[in-house]
Design a protein around this ligand. Sequence first.
Ligand SMILES: [Zn+2]
Length: 146
Amino acid sequence: MFKCNYCGSRNTRKLSAIYDEQTSISYESGTIKGTNFRGRFNNQIIHQTNLARQIAPPTFPQGRKLEIIVIAVTSFVVALIIAIFLHSAILLVAAFYGAIAFCIYGIYKDFREVAEAKKIYQKRINEWYKSYRCSHCGNVFIGQQR
Ligand SMILES: [Zn+2]
């Protein structure tokens, strides 16, 4: 157990233990009936105290590859409709290669950003696992071995 580096209290607990204790996940499922439809739903509900939310671990960086592809495809479809409307083969070709170039560049950039974000995440998550919270004053600190 580590002494709080702010108030000196020995009443400190590991952050990850507090987080686990104050977070729970439940599942609900059921059927929705409308006049013209009927569907099943499955929800995952995360129950958290305010404290758990405050001390939550850093989130794992998510890439935006899908978003990039959706934007490229949508732009291409819009350009395709305009090209058909204008009878423009050049616009169609330009839109096609433009969409491909956008995807390649976007995914490459995303790949580099995610790689950088993962390094930062790794550092933060390591710190998070070594962090303690003082129950007396609420100070969060990294436990130092001495
Ligand atoms: Zn303290």
